[in-house]
Write a protein that binds this ligand. Sequence first.
Ligand code: ADP
Ligand code: MG
Length: 679
Amino acid sequence: MDIKNIKGVGEKTLKYLNLLGIYSVKDAIFFFPRCYEDRRNIKPIYELCDGDIASIIAEVSIIYPSKRANNGMYINRIVFKNETGYIVGVWFNQPYIKNNFKVGQKVFLYGKISRKMGEVQIIDPQYERDIDDLKLGINPIYPSNKYLSQKVIKKIINECLKYIDKVIIDILPESLRKSLGLYDIKSAILNIHNPKDFNILSESIKRIKFEELLVLQLGIFMAKKRFENMENAYSIPVSKEMKEYKDSLPFQLTNAQSKTIREILIDMKKSKPMNRLVQGDVGSGKTIVAITALFNCAMNGYQGALMAPTEILAQQHFLSLESLLKKWQIKIALLCGSTSKKQKDEILEKIKQGEIDIVVGTHALIQENVEFKNLALVVTDEQHRFGVRQRGELINKGHNPHVLVMTATPIPRTLALFMYGDMDISIINELPAGRQKVDTYFVRPSMRDKVYDFVKKEIRNGRQAYIVCPLVEESEKLEAESAVETSKKLQEMYFKEFKIGLLHGKMNSSDKDLVMQKFKNKEIDILVSTTVIEVGINVPNATIIVIENAERFGLAQLHQLRGRVGRGSYKSYCILISEAKTDDAKERMNIMTKTSDGFIIAEKDMELRGTGEFFGTRQHGLPELKLADPIKDIELLKQTRDVAKKIIENNLIYNKDYENLVKEVDNKFNDKFNDITFN
Ligand code: ADP
Ligand code: MG
């Protein structure tokens, strides 16, 4: 059934439906209400209390002309009556409303009750004039736009629901459904659109969520299973120089680092490709873990690649690799935006010939041009910055390389299990010895002079500072301009005797490198920067970060920025300058001052923002969820995990009853399958 043939859907309406994401009858059937009005309880007017949400059937008695209040707002009042009393409908700024009613007409009203000086009012009520057609139940309210009224949407959806048998099949086998006490899909959908009571509604929603989460978990497990069957990775033993290498490091590894490295080395030895996520809070020392894996790869004669999200970070990694691996004559190349064409071609040729052991660069550069001789290990730093697909592309060039993914974005454990269900996870849950907690303060802009005095004090003590300029969402250009201006102003007005450097996204990469180099070498005291320093940048001598307009940043981002300091043994400070007015902004500032635990912050972040950001396909390549929320529905998630596991273990995916479920998994994951297998 084509949606064009549904009663009430003309060309125009179809266009408006498209705007809501509805293109087919199936889309309409799965277009669920955003909330419900309980219109079941019709109460006598004399029983209504202030604040009640009430449904009333009454007759139009008096229609007053519009009035204008002192502030210019229109107020319209209409008196309704029935055998239980009088009630006044009050509408604001809708002067036309009076034309919608006729004296003597019987109407239905739904809204919030207010009792004022003996008068019973219903404020801005919803109303229905077609009393005969009225269904007094739980009334669904759909997400809508200004073109389509609730009435029209409702009508179209109910029309589409007539074809539900033709459009929807139940992908859950009956036996499974029955054993879990779940509704069949058709009842669930019909109930969600027209629930009889809230119990039935919640059971119906649960059924849909269950299905969504089950498909997802099955997809992940099936990917993992495929992956486990792969046996053609390079098996890379632990290099005999490993001990010497470890002894040569400038510090002793933490227990968490050692454990992670051990896990990685065991993985690399297998002929099944490693697929490991290393998660560690900012400053926990993930780089050395990556370097060690790359060292082991190179010493065995294989090539490795290290991808970073920004050029500045790639450059930094390149220098770290050079200095730590100098001794072993490992050949390392940096692919950078500013590398000349000639140089680049030369490097690419060398990589192809196997004359380069480790290549470092941004993901774009490495993916697009590079051909390897024997790529055996791919390390991705700050993985949350990469689309799953991009990673897949690079990997496809190699010979099933081992994959190591590093992330500082602290993903709550439960969520990590879910998102990376196909990966093994190592967690670095320990900071190197001697680190001190970063003290965080939230101050108003009026305190700025004091803050700058404090910055001066730190610099005079030999330390360095970051000053982060406001985030300008709309344009990197505007952001860069504001950074330029800020740095000028700071130099002239506050920090005359200090050296200020500037870093922003519009600078070319060699200029960026130069500034970073100078900052590292202490030729710059204060680095005024946009968020380009957000991830990965490591200058342990910097002990203070001042974040302007801190309210514009999300929690995760603030935590990352704060992670730029406290990377050495010096006491460090993070100062959030903000006018924070909204509750949400104040809450973020408070959380930042109270905790430095990335996991708690991530959990709060998700509470405040919802999981949407994580679960848009954009972020991770997994199918989108309509109703389920892996955080709020964690219990259901666990249940689906168990069910999915059983289905795989018992080989039920080849069972006829499970055919439709498996098909759905294939559909949902379609070509993402390969990427996810390898991410
Ligand atoms: P992140 O996990 O944020 O990527 P890095 O790998 O950049 O952290 O490490 C942060 C800083 O800590 C670097 O200066 C690094 O040299 C240092 N570091 C890493 N491991 C240790 C350790 N075991 N002991 C002391 N310092 C360490
Ligand atoms: Mg890092």
